[in-house]
Ligand binder design. Structure first.
Ligand code: AAL
Length: 428
């Protein structure tokens, strides 16, 4: 017993000594260049020097601001909610022009909410939709070309709605992966205790202009009933790596209820051929956050713009091995549901340049939920090795004052504060 006591004292002493040795002899230098690599540092400074690619944002290739531009060429029926465009795909450059695919809804009335939908009236913004496409010479003015993937006849997957597509070019052919709904989105599925059920389906074409031929099968299987991706598989996002298709997708685990307890994570499924079979990576989920995460090859790895949702929202992440993501930067005003122009998406490059622009969607574009629709817009950024735009690296981007006040307290919150104040006065 005595022995253990003395050994503990010695161990504690050594630990103390070790801690003391962590302190540097001199104060932190004025110039970053003078910081000795082995200098003991606080956790925050260690992180700046060791975790991030550069301690200063200006030198971080995976940090950027996002600048937005309205698009020209799309008609929204004066914003009456009957035409919607959302969830754009990646953008590709073919035949001397850019191509983008997106969810297109054109219905007699705006979304009516779950339970109120019928054969012609949509439940949500992406119900009764088709996949349409548009082309552009400059990425700002777009020409809508019409439908790419129509709703197939019942009971094939997607007869109710096809939405949220992404593009893959593989061995000279073009593939669109999308969510194929067999019921109005928002319909409660008792077996799964979930609301937005749709398998991932696939169509193939020899040209980006189509015609698109549906492959009538489910490409990414749901997990088993006790597994994280049993309920839904959303936002399929294919890229090419090591000669294979790396398809990232979102699923929501735990409870999917009004308290927003569900947890959106991202999985990875890999296949030798676009039609599969897709094998889920055993480490899935590979990302712990993100709603409509945007991924693109960068250097030898893959980068991800993680917008809303989750403990690591508002970050840009990087996985050198395409599986193990680390936070590369924290940023603001991120695009929602963006589709990126990622020239190396399918080139299998071992030194991908990155991205400088894409399209994203803006929900409730008319600021009236009763006439709900979404519109597409463009964002520019600097997440590219070859572009060096210091104006995209600012970290003091403040929103207009009125925006802060618009996110004010609710009546209920004001009441709680008043109650607390009164209690404090009473307790005095
Ligand atoms: C989007 C995407 C998927 C969902 C719905 C339409 O934000 O995550 O596409 O199913 O919302």
């Amino acid at each position: 017993m005595k022995k253990i006591f003395y050994l503990s004292i010695i161990a504690l002493g050594l630990m103390n000594c070790a801690q003391k040795q962590q302190f540097p002899d001199a104060a932190f230098p004025l110039k970053v260049a003078d910081v000795a690599p082995d200098r003991p540092m606080s956790s925050a400074m260690k992180r700046a020097f060791q975790h991030y690619e550069a301690p200063r944002l200006l030198d971080n290739e995976l940090y950027t601001n996002f600048k937005y531009t309205e698009l020209k060429g799309f008609n929204y029926n004066n914003g009456d909610g009957t035409i919607s465009r959302r969830d754009p795909s990646k953008i590709i450059f073919e035949n001397g022009q850019y191509y983008v695919w997106y969810t297109h809804r054109e219905t007699p009335l705006p979304p009516q909410g779950k339970g109120n939908a019928n054969d012609t009236l949509p439940s949500t913004d992406w119900d009764l939709a088709e996949i349409w496409y548009a082309t552009s010479k400059d990425g700002f003015t777009w020409e809508e070309q019409g439908v790419a993937v129509t709703r197939p006849p019942k009971p094939q997957p997607g007869w109710r709605s096809v939405a949220t597509a992404d593009i893959l070019k593989f061995k000279g052919k073009y593939y669109l992966y999308y969510q194929a709904f067999n019921a109005p989105s928002g319909t409660y599925d008792e077996a799964k205790d979930a609301y937005d059920i749709c398998p991932v389906a696939l169509s193939v074409a020899d040209s980006p202009d189509g015609p698109w031929k549906p492959i009538n099968k489910i490409v990414i299987p749901f997990g088993e009933s006790n597994e994280w991706d049993w309920r839904v598989i959303h936002d399929p996002m294919p890229l090419v790596h090591d000669g294979k298709i790396y398809l990232y997708y979102k699923s929501g685990m735990d409870q999917r209820d009004a308290n927003r307890k569900h947890w959106d994570c991202w999985g990875l499924a890999i296949a030798e051929h676009p039609e599969g079979p897709f094998k889920k990576h055993p480490l899935s989920p590979v990302m712990n956050s993100g709603h409509e995460t945007m991924l693109f090859p960068f250097r030898e790895g893959v980068a991800a713009i993680v917008g809303t949702d989750g403990i690591e929202h508002n970050t840009i992440q990087y996985a050198e091995d395409w599986v193990n993501f680390e936070i590369a930067s924290v940023t603001q005003l991120l695009p929602t549901a963006g589709g990126l122009f990622s020239p190396d998406a399918f080139t299998d490059s071992k030194n991908a340049d990155g991205i400088t622009w894409g399209l994203s969607h803006f929900i409730n574009a008319g600021k009236n939920w009763k006439k709900q629709y979404s519109k597409l817009g463009r964002f520019d950024c600097d997440l590219s090795q070859s572009v060096n735009d210091p104006t995209m690296k600012r970290s003091n981007v403040l929103m207009p004052n009125d925006l802060y006040f618009r996110y004010g307290l609710s009546k209920k919150q004001r009441e709680r504060i008043e109650k607390e104040n009164n209690q404090r006065i009473l307790n005095q």
